[in-house]
Design a protein around this ligand. Structure first.
Ligand code: PLP
Length: 500
């Protein structure tokens, strides 16, 4: 006993000593923080700064990891069928874009080649849209951040031209307006509000979701700066009838002596119609079309951040809006809303034109149309939906549930999310508001296999939803599991906060 009692502290002492020795070793030769694996560092167990800039710096690999990992929770852009905007480009183009990431587009004197590439793109687009320019003549247009900026610029040009005309006639310039369909993209509402132009919208009717040219021309008055038609309506992908609009408006202009022009918002359709429907007259072949915008980052096949606006002639862009920059001794006119921006998207656009050519664009868009038909057929075959989109237009499938469905398109969208699909549900604009549609946009990188898989998943979701009696939702096993989890979590949380 005595022996034991004696032995005990000595063992403890020995242990203590060796423990001390170890800590000494650790503290005398501290491991530099930068040697730690990021997940062994304090950065992965501290809150991420959200309101104040952190006091201290952090290692670059930790910063990378923290941001990279949080971003994993974003949806997968390739499965995002909500958007027209490009989500895939060739690695060669990615390389060109990365190489230009430090070039400010606005420094035209320093980066004359980039400026030249922009000008080439403008020329090619103007020619594609049949602008009346000679073979070696430069066209009037500009690269923008997207169609929204392009539309602001086009709108400003119309407003200024209209002001000039009204002033020379001694008339008021107080109340400019613009005539569009109620289906216009939100950027037109932005233009109207920011630049104080009244938006006169032609209402939609059930079963007819685009601008009615007859009603549009009826709305035109002396203060109308332009009528905007859409080539590729955002919701249904349909092309508005620009030809009829042009003809009716020509007649009205003749009768009234006004000179109301047309703008075509070809954000999505501008890189579709020339390849698929070369005989469709929607562009500068029609005399009243004075400007056209197109999104380079939609079917122009470039990542987000590029759009274009081209004018028919120099006279259609009032000179008092244009700034002139001396560029390599020659005049480079500029007309943009912002100053600095990246160059990569312009370079990428030129890459696509050069790489694909007319042939390449045509093949890609034709593939999109084929895959659109596969998806559309699959959706039709379920027997549960009405197809709202048309076969001619932008490759997308817009579909609404047939009458008498127990569930809504919003529930379908939500259920498809668990497979990774992002397929938005929308309500139609005014006067057709009770119609809710799902819309799947077909992009270059959405191939046959994915179309088939999407159809399978839609069928599965319908079947699951059918098993639920109306809105009194019967739980799936997964939902039961989730409920048990929630119950336990609540219990544990309450214990922690002392409620339990
Ligand atoms: C996408 C779209 C716009 C806006 O274009 P951004 O390039 O995204 O700025 C405008 N009008 C229509 C018809 C569109 O589809």
């Amino acid at each position: 006993m005595l022996m034991f009692q004696h032995a005990q502290p000595s063992i403890q002492k020995k242990n203590k000593k060796s423990y001390k020795k170890n800590t000494m070793l650790a503290s005398t030769i501290p491991t530099d923080e930068h040697v730690h694996s990021t997940f062994a560092s304090r950065y992965t167990r501290s809150p991420v700064p959200r309101f104040q800039m952190p006091e201290r710096s952090m290692p670059k690999d930790a910063a990378y990891q923290v941001i990279h990992d949080e971003l994993m929770l974003d949806g997968n852009p390739r499965l995002n069928l909500a958007s027209f905007v490009t989500t895939w480009m060739e690695p060669e183009c990615d390389k060109l874009m990365m190489a230009a990431i430090n070039k400010n587009y606005v420094d035209m004197d320093e980066y004359p080649v980039t400026t030249e590439l922009q000008n080439r793109c403008v020329n090619m687009i103007a020619n594609l849209f049949h602008a009346p320019v000679g073979n070696e003549e430069t066209a009037v247009g500009v690269g923008t951040v997207g169609s929204s900026e392009a539309i602001m610029l086009a709108g400003l040009a119309f407003k200024r031209r209209w002001q000039h005309r009204m002033r020379t006639e001694g008339k008021s310039t107080e109340k400019p307006n613009i005539v569009t369909g109620a289906n216009v993209q939100v950027c037109w509402e932005k233009f109207a509000r920011y630049f104080e132009v009244e938006l006169k919208e032609v209402k939609l009717k059930e079963g007819y979701y685009i601008l009615d040219p007859v009603q549009a021309v009826e709305l035109v008055d002396e203060n109308t700066i332009c009528v905007a038609a859409i080539l590729g309506s955002t919701l249904t992908g349909e092309f508005e009838d620009v030809k009829t609009l042009n003809d009716l408006l020509l007649k009205k202009n003749e009768e009234t002596g006004w000179n109301t022009p047309i703008h075509v918002d070809a954000a999505s359709g501008g890189f579709i119609a020339p390849f698929l429907y070369p005989d469709l007259e929607w562009d500068f072949r029609l005399p009243l079309v004075k400007s056209i915008n197109v999104s380079g980052h939609k079917y122009g096949l470039v990542y987000a951040g590029v759009g274009w606006v081209v004018w028919r002639n120099k006279e259609d862009l009032p000179d008092d809006l244009v700034f002139h920059i001396n560029y390599l001794g020659s005049d480079q006119p500029t007309f943009t809303l912002n100053f600095s921006k990246g160059s990569s998207q312009i370079i990428a656009q030129y890459y696509q034109f050069l790489r694909l050519g007319f042939e390449g664009y045509k093949n890609i868009i034709e593939n999109c149309m084929e895959n659109m038909k596969v998806l559309k057929q699959g959706i039709e075959n379920t027997g549960r939906f009405n197809i709202v989109s048309k076969d001619i237009g932008v490759p997308l499938v817009a579909f609404s549930l047939k009458e008498g469905s127990k569930h809504t398109v919003f529930e379908i969208a939500e259920n498809l999310r668990r497979f990774g699909w992002i397929l938005p549900a929308y309500t139609m604009p005014a006067d057709a508001q009770h119609i809710a549609v799902l819309r799947a946009v077909i992009r270059e990188d959405f191939s046959y296999g994915l179309a088939k898989r999407l159809v399978e998943h839609i069928e599965l979701v319908l079947k699951e939803m059918d098993a639920l009696p109306g809105r009194a939702i019967k739980k799936t096993e997964r939902e039961t599991q989730e409920e048990i989890f929630r119950y336990w979590k609540r219990l544990v949380d309450r214990k922690r906060s002392g409620v339990c």
